[in-house]
Write a protein that binds this ligand. Structure first.
Ligand code: PEP
Ligand code: MN
Length: 362
């Protein structure tokens, strides 16, 4: 017989731990998987609460949509075996009722729910009178008002303990991240709500294992209160989010490797300012790239005309005109002549490559 823990879980004491580490699978899949994950996570001694998705909001139909209510007793059992409180995502009133019925200790509202005030209100209404802590993930889109609105709706329903989870934001185009952290938004949300727990979910930001550690470290450097990281006993075989999950043992290694900072407010302020500036640079770089791609599309159009009219690609006089104009304009704005020349040479080469491609197509 396995040892079971019978003392009730002191959820508030757990939520006050710093750093607070919440971990568990993206989705509860089978009873064995939930119990094995929970026990291996507990054995690390580094995890404070267990998470598992029971109802999975999926972007596309046909993906695994969660095991549903039948998984809740598995979590109850996981709690008994480990003594760790459990956390589940809820998106409807019925899910709140079911989760509470099966004694889930912490509920969270997912990013796809936070975007929708109707859903948040439904969840908030179901929470009325229940004394359960609720963590609210940022909405999918970078809109702090929606995030704030969700906090207000849940608070108005009388929920006493509210926390925030920063899981990154969806952004157009391919970025390194599955969900761009946009750290400045997390920082701003924290500035507006200094008394709320602020946890980072690097798993959903990163979307892949190789940048998970760095992403978690960034959050720690910025003074977040804790981390929610997905863990699975056999990550590659996970029914959802296989690319971003790590085994419980790997999680323990990651947590050991993190440099936990003793945050002086000065350091946190400096890092916040730095993150804000870096984010601005990222935005500008993204814009430059997309403008450059647009520029190349126009070059291709020109290539098409040249082809139809039998004109050569390279027209030196036009190129000299572009360069002179750029140097004149750029120098006025404080850019060096050498830099402008190098930059435009590179742009020119890329442009010729695009025109060549068009002219050599049948
Ligand atoms: C999850 O935590 O598994 C999840 C679905 O997260 P998010 O709402 O951040 O996408
Ligand atoms: Mn997930």
């Amino acid at each position: 017989m396995e040892a079971t823990v019978t003392t009730p879980v002191d959820v508030m004491a757990v939520l006050n731990k710093r750093p607070l580490i919440i971990s568990g699978p993206c989705s509860a899949e089978t009873e064995e998987q939930v119990l094995a994950t929970a026990q291996r996570l507990a054995a690390t001694g580094k995890v404070d609460a267990l998470r598992a998705g029971i109802w999975k909001p999926r972007t596309r139909p046909g993906s695994f949509e969660g095991i549903g209510t039948k998984g809740l007793p598995w979590l109850q059992q996981a709690k008994k075996l480990t003594g760790l409180p459990t956390a589940v995502e809820v998106a409807t009133g019925k899910q709140v009722e079911d989760a509470l019925h099966f004694e889930v200790d912490i509920l969270w509202i997912g990013a796809r729910t936070t975007v929708n005030p109707f859903s948040v209100q439904e969840v908030a209404d179901a929470l009325r009178g229940a004394n359960v802590p609720v963590l609210i993930k940022n909405p999918i889109n970078p809109d702090l008002e929606l995030w704030t609105g969700a906090v207000e709706r849940v608070a108005k329903a009388g929920v006493k303990y509210i926390g925030l989870i920063h899981r990154g934001f969806s952004s157009y185009g391919n970025t390194e991240y599955r969900n761009a952290p946009m750290w400045h938004l997390g920082i701003e949300m924290r500035r507006r709500n200094p008394d709320l727990l602020m946890v980072c979910d690097p798993s959903h930001m990163a979307g892949r294992r190789d940048i998970l550690q760095d992403t978690a470290q960034r959050a720690v450097d910025l003074g977040y209160d804790g981390l929610m990281i997905e863990s699975h006993i056999d990550p590659d075989k996970a029914w959802s989010d296989a690319k971003q999950q790590v085994t419980p043992e790997k999680l323990a290694e990651m947590l050991d490797a993190i440099k936990w900072r003793h945050e002086s407010t000065q350091e946190a302020e400096f890092l916040s300012a730095l993150a804000k500036l870096r984010e601005q640079i990222n935005h500008i770089d993204d814009e430059l790239l997309s403008l450059m791609a647009q520029r190349m599309k126009i070059s291709e159009k020109i290539g098409q005309y040249k082809k139809e009219n039998n004109i050569t690609i390279l027209q030196t006089s036009r190129w000299n005109e572009i360069l002179e104009r750029a140097i004149r304009k750029g120098e006025k704005q404080g850019l060096g002549k050498e830099f402008i020349t190098k930059y435009f040479d590179a742009v020119h080469l890329e442009s010729i490559r695009h025109q060549n491609k068009v002219m050599n197509e049948d």
